[in-house]
Design a protein around this ligand. Structure first.
Ligand code: BV8
Ligand code: ZN
Length: 258
């Protein structure tokens, strides 16, 4: 197990700003948090068989209508990647943070790596890969078998035992509305926070990306991302490192003042 990166990798200015007790921390994440677990990100990942597709074109109701087996095959391939993946030090750091301080995780990710790292009450803005449901009657479905090893291109989705409709992934597709209850909770959490960590998101997908603007002016906002993003100008600090490097260092500092 590599040694936990020391807070010294952070700028002196950021170390100074984080060296106090925070009462209400929110970690808002995107696909970059899972990148170090080998899960391709949405806009810069290795999409294997689907490389000629833009994920945003497959994650839509139109793609589902046009070819359910292709979309279901893509999600089963992704589910296989997630099942083979392990939470990385970034996920584990969030669980560590929650064990010492009052911290909430809000994510755009549909994987279960937060949960497998021990993070509690994760708010999934875009749903979850692990909550498939009937596309017609909404009956929730449990996966009977693990995804195929070979990344099959097209897989006929399971049939709903109740209404014979096709089972779809339990995620929010582009063009679909996010749950108002979930968005409301996320807005309230961020509006009440005194520290907001914006981790591994390019900040281009709305309404999720708009959440950062709900942070109070009194809060400290920190972006953790190797690249500059559309959120960079909205945060007080930017840490140009990977989440699995920076989060353990930031959490190490925060929990010293727990
Ligand atoms: C809605 C679930 C309306 C599915 C996803 C024009 C302007 C504004 C908005 C729109 C527009 N045209 C259309 C829209 C709306 C659209 C949208 O925002 N489109 C964008 C692309 C322009 N939004 C929607 O459609 C939303 N719904 O608006 O409904 C409506 C209203 C009323 C009635 C009906 C409808 C629904 C959006 C949800 C879509 N579903 N996911 C699935 O996963 O299969 S979104 C998808 O993108 C993922 O959830 C992903 O998380 C999310 C956001 O992407 P990121 O997480 O940011 O990932 P990305 O790859 O972009 O970036 C990765 C980042 O990580 C990078 O910055 C990289 O530098 C960094 N990184 C890389 N490695 C690391 C790292 N960081 C740290 N450590 C590392 N190691
Ligand atoms: Zn059904």
């Amino acid at each position: 197990m590599e040694a936990t990166p020391s807070p010294d990798i952070l700028s002196a200015e950021l170390r100074q700003s984080l060296s106090r007790r925070f009462e209400n921390i929110v970690v808002f994440s995107g696909a970059g948090l899972s990148a170090d677990s080998g899960i391709p990100t949405f806009r810069s990942g290795e999409n294997g068989l689907w490389s000629e597709f833009n994920p945003a074109d497959l994650a839509t109701p139109d793609a589902w209508k046009a070819n359910k087996a292709l979309v279901w095959g893509w999600y089963e391939w992704r589910r296989g990647l997630i099942l083979k993946a392990q939470p990385n030090p970034g996920h584990l750091a969030i669980a560590q943070l929650q064990s010492t301080l009052n911290a909430n995780a809000i994510t755009q990710n549909v994987d279960d790596l937060h949960e497998r790292a021990g993070v509690r009450d994760v708010l999934h803005l875009h749903g979850s890969m692990f909550e498939p449901r009937c596309a017609i009657c909404g009956l929730s479905h449990s996966f009977a078998q693990s995804p195929p090893d070979a990344p099959l291109r097209e897989i006929t989705p399971p049939q709903c035992p109740s209404c014979k409709g096709a089972v779809r992934p339990g995620v929010v597709w582009f063009g679909e509305q996010l749950s108002r209850a979930v968005m409301g909770r996320a807005e309230r959490m961020i509006a009440a926070c005194d520290l907001l960590l914006v981790v591994g998101t390019s900040g281009v997908v709305y309404p999720a990306a708009g959440l950062v603007a709900h942070a109070p002016r009194t809060a400290t906002a920190v972006e953790i991302n190797p690249a500059a993003t559309q959120q960079s100008g909205r945060t007080d600090y930017v840490v140009r490192m990977s989440a699995s490097q920076a989060l353990p260092a930031v959490v190490g500092l925060l929990t010293q003042h727990g």
